[in-house]
Design a protein around this ligand. Structure first.
Ligand code: GLU
Length: 477
């Protein structure tokens, strides 16, 4: 019987879930969903010193927010639980016992000072420091108070990584490493191998930082008589310039902050999937169904992907434009400026329809729409700082706006009539749209950009528009 695909996301609850972590989760989720298999969440909480309170909940919330549903996890019982490593200590002891019985693990007798001496000695002799050169001759019986160290069997390895290709290393990189620490908790190196085997994981998808340890892991799989699963190593995510690993200093936000700012889960999934993956075409935006269909580990690039927040905004804008207006209206409910309180749904929906084209994330909504809800103070700098308008005499601007006022006063303020009149005004006044329309736009919105002028004035309505034009006229005196 063909083994069903089981992938896992195995974060340590040590704080912030960075975009690299989420990408690993997304890829593991896609591999599982594509194969009709299972996606498992396992919390690797064995390093008590690094644990950050609340981060397990934060991780779970982030996965939910991105729609990366898991089939088994700490809060979703399954056949191979518990799914928190700190609750599986007996299991690691059992596997450790097996290694001890086969003389493949020993109690580490050394103090940190002794190890430091070994290190210095190796340095003096210009030899690499290896624990396996210092195996105790008559090891103590392990009683759990010393670290338990793996007795490696140095040899060369060749293996395949779905992303990195065929890899090989020599015996010199193999060394004895700690399996269980003196605090009774297993190391990641040991625990993940036991857990992946016990949980019947078929694919290990994880970050590049573990690649150097692969030969040691392969050595341990052998000692434990376990068949290694499929490996896929994700390259680092680089900053925008592509010259170093992405870090918090690059201004990258926590994934939940992006969600809170009004980035759509669907857009985040598409953007994150294309950090290092493409389908072999120039397609840049993918629906989640397309991702599930098209994703493949062997099309993940070996070198680092660049994180570019502007591209994320662009992708999000794309998904926002694709949404039917009434659905979008439901989603932006919490993002309107305070001044919009009291305006009815029909009006706000019209406003939203006008800015949908330009909206990149929901938190931009107040900035883009405020003038639909409030008369902004007249800002003469919008004219004095305008490329075209600053060249026109103030008196001429006034005449121009008065001519516009006279024509618009006759309008029924339907979009068609406003469009006709605005175009007619261009002919009558012999001006360019960059002058005339900019002037009317500034007068009616007090903003340097707005949706189409006729559409904007139509939604503002005659009373508000005419009143604002008159205020501008008064200010031009
Ligand atoms: N606990 C490891 C980490 O958070 C997981 C690595 C893995 O996926 O195996 O980095």
């Amino acid at each position: 019987m063909k083994q069903s695909v089981r992938t896992r996301f195995a974060p340590s609850p040590t704080g912030f879930l960075h975009v690299g972590g989420i990408r690993t989760a997304l890829f593991a989720w896609l591999v599982a969903r594509q194969a009709g298999g299972q996606f498992i969440l396992r919390l690797e909480d064995t390093d008590k010193n690094r644990e950050v309170e609340g981060s397990a909940e934060h991780l779970i919330k982030s996965l939910h927010a991105l729609g990366l549903d898991y089939d088994e996890g700490p809060d979703k019982p399954g056949p191979y639980g518990p799914y928190r490593q700190s609750e599986r200590l007996d299991m690691y002891k059992k596997w450790a016992q097996k290694l001890i019985e086969q003389d493949r693990a020993y109690a580490d007798p050394y103090t940190p000072e002794e190890v430091q001496r070994f290190r210095e000695q190796a340095q003096k002799e210009k030899k690499p420091f290896l624990y396996r050169n210092h195996r105790p001759e008559n090891p103590l019986k392990w009683d759990g108070r010393q670290p338990l160290r793996f007795k490696s069997d140095p040899k060369a390895y060749q293996w395949h990584d779905e992303v990195m290709g065929d890899l090989s290393t020599g015996p010199e990189v193999i060394d004895d490493f700690i399996l269980i620490k003196s605090d009774g908790f297993p190391t990641y190196n040991f625990a993940h191998i036991v857990d992946d085997a016990e949980m019947k994981i078929t694919h290990i998808i994880r970050g590049q930082e573990f690649l150097a340890s692969m030969p040691n892991y392969l050595n341990l799989y052998e000692a434990l008589e376990l068949e290694p699963p499929i490996f896929a190593t994700m390259p680092h995510i680089l900053n925008e310039q592509g010259n170093k690993k992405l870090s918090k200093r690059d201004g990258v936000k926590d994934i939940l902050d992006y969600v809170a700012q009004g980035y759509l889960p669907e857009a985040l999934r598409s953007f994150i999937a294309t950090l290092g993956w493409n389908d072999g075409t120039t397609q840049e935006v993918f629906t989640t169904d397309e991702l599930i269909q098209k994703f493949s580990l062997d099309r993940v690039g070996k070198s680092g992907a660049h994180f570019d927040e502007r591209r994320l905004s662009w992708v999000n804008g794309h998904f926002i434009r694709e949404l039917p207006l009434d659905i979008l209206y439901g989603k932006v409910a919490g993002y309107w400026p305070d001044e919009a309180t009291g305006y009815d749904d029909a009006y706000k929906q019209q406003v939203l329809g006008l800015v949908q084209e330009r909206l990149k994330f929901f938190a931009e909504l107040p900035e883009l729409t405020i003038f639909f809800f409030k008369d902004l103070p007249i800002d003469l700098e919008l004219i004095s700082g305008h490329k075209q308008l600053k060249k026109v005499e103030s008196e001429d601007l006034k005449t121009l706006l008065e001519t516009a006022e006279a024509s618009l006063a006759e309008s029924d303020f339907s979009t068609t009539d406003l469009t006709n009149r605005l175009n007619g005004l261009l002919t009558i006044t012999h001006t360019k749209p960059a002058v005339l329309f900019s002037l009317i736009r500034i007068a009616t919105t007090q903003a340097s950009a707005s949706p189409g002028l006729a559409e904007t004035m139509h939604v503002l309505g005659k009373e508000v528009s005419m009143h604002r034009i008159q205020s501008q006229l008064a200010a031009l005196d």
